[in-house]
Design a protein around this ligand. Structure first.
Ligand code: AHR
Length: 504
């Protein structure tokens, strides 16, 4: 039996909003091999004079990552920034409580700054502050070290360390997942709300133009969800710019249909946080809107052995090294669609993480670097998802799921670039059926197909590995599948597929 045609219409008169390039951010945490043997591996054949892997740098550029959050994650809640600056041989080795590892501090602020410069001008730092074991004073000291030009103790210390120019960090996270009992220095919403407000006030005294992210919930399922956001923002509404959201998705107990619908949860999470922010704004009679920083999102198999902390305090252990399948990439693409569909309020988002740790890029120490299946949807969205998100209301056949009830088989969005070209991003969630799609192009000026790229595979569990790094990649849709005629795009989406359809 074939599925009935799914449909939507595109009209630039009905837009969601402009895409902020920071929607395509990522995350480098001192966790496992993200930094060490991930981006930084002195002695590797591809390493440059700073010990940065040039093969990884090339892939990061191809990925199109923009704002890069650093240095954690859970790691930051025990991090002393002073340990990570100055001569490398003088830097202390420390216990990293978050990941039961030994942190050597061979890579620190200066090395991260050098890394970003080499990624390119579109990359910017998103610096997380330790509000777990530390507070206002240390946040100010780091801000002075990083951003003040010179002529004070800490700015001159940076200059003496060889970084004459300030790092110019605009975007700061006021802690990480402070709602989580696992977090070193975990706090109640009242305690954290005050600390976030005090830190924000002080940082703005140093530089009123900083952009600040308050910690929201580390998941929609947290018991304190929504009350946490409302309490934190009641203290800090006028002082911060963003509230954070974190979400990771995985398949539970073989329930693949619900897993494929993970974006339903992500979209409701976003809408619930928007409602909570606006409720606080209304209570405060404020005209200001708080935007959302979805600064950790991904597919993550937290229940698998590779996610468990090691027993020993080893350096750069293999941790969270999930290898992603085609199915994971389709879910991942759907999460990207969810972010784009809310681009009016989600103006920062970070794919967690960048290399080796639940990452689109994998490396082998001394060996090659390669692209995971999830690399492709991200790179395509970052490349073609810039401009104005159009308001896409789909009419689609549905399928039943245990977690979310009946869910549309089609998940889609469309972005119109400044030059008028339009890119449709679409996922077919059906595991077995091709899904016919007709898009009414009415108000747009597009009339021809540039490309229809598909990520799908006869084996939904296919993945790229060290020994078979190019097993999965997007391919052009079969000849004749997609056409533009009589003002409509007409196509068929392969079962379990991620699709990028470019129109000019
Ligand atoms: O990204 C991995 C971890 O997930 C981060 O350190 C933490 O913030 C989250 O719980």
């Amino acid at each position: 039996m074939s599925l009935r045609t799914s449909r939507f219409a595109l009209d630039p008169a009905f837009a969601v909003g402009e895409v902020d390039p920071r929607l395509f951010g990522s995350f480098v945490e001192h966790l496992g091999r993200c930094v060490y043997t991930g981006i930084h591996e002195p002695g590797h054949p591809a390493a440059d004079e700073d010990g940065l892997r040039t093969d990884v740098l090339a892939l990061v550029r191809e990925l199109g990552a923009t704002a890069i959050r650093y240095p954690g994650g859970n790691f930051v809640s025990g991090f002393k920034w002073e340990d990570s600056v100055g001569p490398v041989e003088d830097r202390p080795r420390r216990l990293d409580l978050a990941w039961h590892s030994t942190e050597t501090n061979r890579f620190g602020l200066s090395e991260f700054h050098a890394f970003l410069k080499k990624v390119g001008s579109h990359a910017e730092p998103m610096m997380a502050l330790n509000l777990g074991t530390r507070g206002v004073a240390e946040a100010l000291e780091l801000q002075e070290y990083a951003n003040h030009p010179s002529g004070t103790a800490l700015s001159d210390l940076r200059v003496s360390h060889g970084d004459k120019e300030p790092f110019g960090i605009k975007l700061w996270c006021l802690g990480n997942e402070m709602d989580g009992p696992w977090q070193t220095g975990h706090k109640t919403a009242e305690e954290y709300g005050r600390l976030a407000a005090e830190t924000a006030r002080a940082m703005r005294q140093l530089d009123p133009s900083v952009e600040l992210v308050a910690c929201g919930s580390s998941g929609q399922g947290m018991q304190t969800f929504a009350v946490w956001e409302a309490t934190v923002l009641a203290e800090s509404y006028d002082l911060v710019d963003y509230i954070s959201l974190h979400a990771y998705y995985e398949e539970h107990d073989g329930d693949r249909d619900s897993f494929l619908a993970s974006a339903v949860d992500m979209e409701s999470f976003i809408e619930n946080v928007v409602a909570t922010c606006d409720h606080v704004g209304a209570r405060l009679k404020s005209k200001k809107k708080i935007n959302l920083s979805f600064d950790e999102w991904n597919v993550w198999y937290q229940t698998r052995a590779e996610s468990k902390p090691p027993e020993e305090w080893v350096e750069a252990p293999r941790l969270l090294e999930d290898l992603y399948t085609v199915t994971d990439a389709v879910v991942f693409g759907s999460l990207l669609i969810a972010l784009l569909r809310h681009a009016d309020r989600v103006t920062v988002a970070c794919l967690a993480q960048l290399v080796n740790v639940i990452a689109p890029i994998m490396t082998e120490p001394g060996g090659p670097a390669w692209r995971q299946t999830t690399f492709f949807p991200f790179a395509q969205a970052s490349r073609y998802g810039r401009g104005t998100v159009l308001d896409v209301r789909v009419d689609s056949p549905t399928y039943p799921t245990q977690r979310y009830g009946d869910v549309d088989l089609l998940h889609a969005t469309a972005v119109q670039a400044d030059d008028g070209t339009v890119t449709v991003f679409a996922v077919n969630r059906s595991r077995t059926e091709a899904l016919p799609l007709t898009v009414d192009l009415r108000g747009t000026s597009v009339g021809s197909l540039v490309e229809h790229s598909v990520l799908a595979d006869a084996d939904p569990d296919a993945r790229n590995t060290l020994t078979d790094p190019e097993r999965v990649a997007p391919h052009p849709a079969a000849e004749g599948t997609t056409s533009v005629r009589d003002g409509s795009l007409v196509t068929t989406l392969e079962p379990l597929s991620w699709n990028v359809i470019r129109l000019a």
